[in-house]
Design a protein around this ligand. Sequence first.
Ligand code: BES
Ligand code: MN
Ligand code: ZN
Length: 491
Amino acid sequence: MKIKVQSIDHSKKTAMLCGFVFEDSDKILGLEKMDFKITPSIKQSIKDLGGKFSKIIVIPTLDKIPAQRILLAGLGKREKFTNDTIRFVSGRIAQNARELKLNEFSIIVPPSFVIDPVLSVSQIVEGCKMSVYKFEKYKSKKESNTPDLTILVSKSEKISKAIKIADIISDGVVYTKSIANLPPNECIPATLANFARIIAKKNKMKCNIISKNELKKKGFGGITAVGQGSKNEPKLIILEHNGGHHNEKPIVLVGKAVTFDTGGISLKPGEKMDEMKFDKCGGCTVIGIMKVVSELKLPINIVGIIPSVENMPGGESYRPGDIIKLYNKKTTEILNTDAEGRLILADALSFAEKQYAPKAIIDFATLTGACIIALGTNIAGMVSNNDKLAQKIIESSKRTTEDVWLLPLNDDYMDMVKSDVADMKNTGVGRAAGTITAAAFLRNAIKDTPWVHFDIAGVAWTQVATKEKPYNPKGATGFGVRLILDYLQNI
Ligand code: BES
Ligand code: MN
Ligand code: ZN
């Protein structure tokens, strides 16, 4: 989907001219001054729509004006308008354009709106681009065409810049979804490593891949143990974007990339096991963020670290009862091989702190089923050792509508991952506070670097209880890409 910007022009030739309508209003925002020759029927259509949230009607214009069709999109009640309204409704518009198999369509951005036009255009771009994506790689017959979009708005330098940034970020989200949606037979740790190499080469990032033997030699005991059960060898993927001063400390992003999680010897039940192809979503989010960061040439230093393994049962798998040594030399008793994420993440977090002495570490992981029990499938769990950092990211989350909820972490939880026979154990106490005890395990991997952990088990892909949104079609959601880009652009 290509995005163009033009000044508002009511006589524009377009396959579909789209405008927004609030509930119980008879005005098409931005089109108020338009001199329709078909006013009565349009008036009736606005009435029919009633401005109901996310409802859409398409009206043929019968060659009375240069636009072939007019699309009216309901915004709902004015007092219910949120940071997501324009994004959501724009997504519906774009999906309509796609279903009508149009080559292009145009959306009018009213000069006076509830929110700043700069914000509106960003949300329109995000909503449209993210909503026309469909995972069709393995369909013999592809259904989707992607129409191009012209945004009609009172032009300015600021508007153009906002559109360009939103364009790149949305492409990053779509890229993240497209690699996260890959099936586990077609996406093993080496595949993700190759994706990282490709984007690094394109955008002049440093890329370092650490493979099995070297991981073992360097003491990455968690990644080595989890990875040893699969013939698809583990990789530690490291991407560096050096946009800042060379001695400025970086921000490190870490993402769990288990390309398939069977549970290992503590095998998962068969039901919905296929969904564990999404256990790489945290890593895909970090790769996607690094792609965007390098394309935007952000003037800061950012490192992406992605530990990637396949968790399989087999003759060489690690076992419950094993005691392993993590990268930071702490020993861990394995009580459940299905609690693999925290083991590979702990290695990556300790490595990040030791290697980069970062300003902050932010990690993304589909870490616990408990997070879905606690928060459901529309809010990510968040745990941190630093209130200031956490609050900054919560502010970003309000702007991008990628909802998060901060959970507590105190010493009582830290005690719950202590082992009788080793420094730690890889499970908590029964099922109590499973999301927090997993985070407590991770907390042991870093000393005092400001850190935020996101448990994205519920939000990384669409599940039964997921709220339907046009920009989150079935499959991976790319959760976290827009969130962290907002954060990084505002520091
Ligand atoms: N990848 C899973 C977590 C998960 C489960 C995410 C279901 C989304 C949906 C993780 O590796 C896991 O299996 N965690 C265990 C931990 C337990 C054994 C302590 C879990 O949540 O059951
Ligand atoms: Mn698991
Ligand atoms: Zn897992």
